[in-house]
Design a binder for this molecule. Structure first.
Ligand SMILES: [Zn+2]
Length: 250
């Protein structure tokens, strides 16, 4: 199953945390004062309305792009020793695909799904590609710190992801996202702000959970099917480790 994020917008504890507690305290563990208490800022319905006029159509399209456009590339990619992550850029205007890409870490350890997608997008000649601000960024998995930076520098004001850091660590046995955040920036559990001055980020299962019951069931089934597909792809990747591809953080 695709797990839902632990603190999605409907989580009542989030409201309690807002304003009542300070964010990301710099007080060392064990010291006086508040310790690592976070109130992650998350986008609301108005933020989503600036991206799409119809949330249901968008979710349907995002799931479809993962299943029919990203997965086939990733299925080939994992057989070459690459990770299971992929990305796509869609036009906000009609949700048509601009680029769709999969991870290429066997070639270059920085070629994460998102970075490879950003590079492919900017390889389209100026004048032939839309501006990043006119597009939607889709990532199969929650972007790592490298890719969060890449999306920011690349000019996107949004991204959507299907699997969370927790999924990546627990279901797909790749723990580096959460570990990097904690080791380098002292950000526990990868809890960065999902709404900031640069972009808004949406966890697709949280969006599905907030959908009308008339469509929610189909979306949940589709997401569960994708979770099974990615479990299969993950098994291929995990079995390939150590067989030639040089990926420092495999
Ligand atoms: Zn990344």
């Amino acid at each position: 199953m695709v797990s839902t994020h632990r603190k999605h917008p409907e989580d009542p504890t989030l409201g309690m945390l807002r304003g009542a507690m300070c964010r990301r305290s710099s007080v060392p563990d064990g010291g006086p004062g508040p310790r690592h208490v976070t109130a992650i800022r998350r986008p609301d319905e108005a933020d989503l309305a600036r991206i799409t006029a119809d949330k249901t159509v968008l979710i349907d399209r995002l799931l479809d792009v993962v299943e029919h456009e990203i997965v086939p590339l990733t299925r080939a990619g994992v057989r070459e020793g690459n990770k299971i992550f992929g990305g796509a850029v869609l036009r906000k205007s009609d949700l048509s695909t601009v680029v769709v890409v999969t991870n290429r870490e066997s070639v270059n350890p920085l070629d994460h799904g998102e970075i490879a997608t950003i590079n492919a997008f900017y390889e389209i000649p100026l004048g032939e590609r839309p501006r990043a601000a006119e597009t939607i960024f889709l990532s199969t998995h929650e972007p790592c710190p490298l890719c969060l930076g890449g999306l920011t520098w690349g000019g996107w004001d949004n991204f959507f992801y299907l699997f969370s850091y927790e999924d990546t660590k627990d279901a797909f046995s790749i723990p580096h996202d959460i570990r990097l955040n904690e080791e380098i920036w002292r950000v526990k559990d990868g809890e960065y702000d999902h709404k900031n001055r640069y972009w808004c980020a949406w966890h697709i299962p949280a969006l599905i959970e907030a959908c009308d019951p008339a469509v929610r069931g189909d979306f949940v089934r589709c997401a569960a099917g994708l979770a099974a597909t990615y479990a299969e792809l993950s098994a291929i990747y995990q079995a390939s480790k150590g067989s030639g591809a040089e990926i420092p953080l495999a």
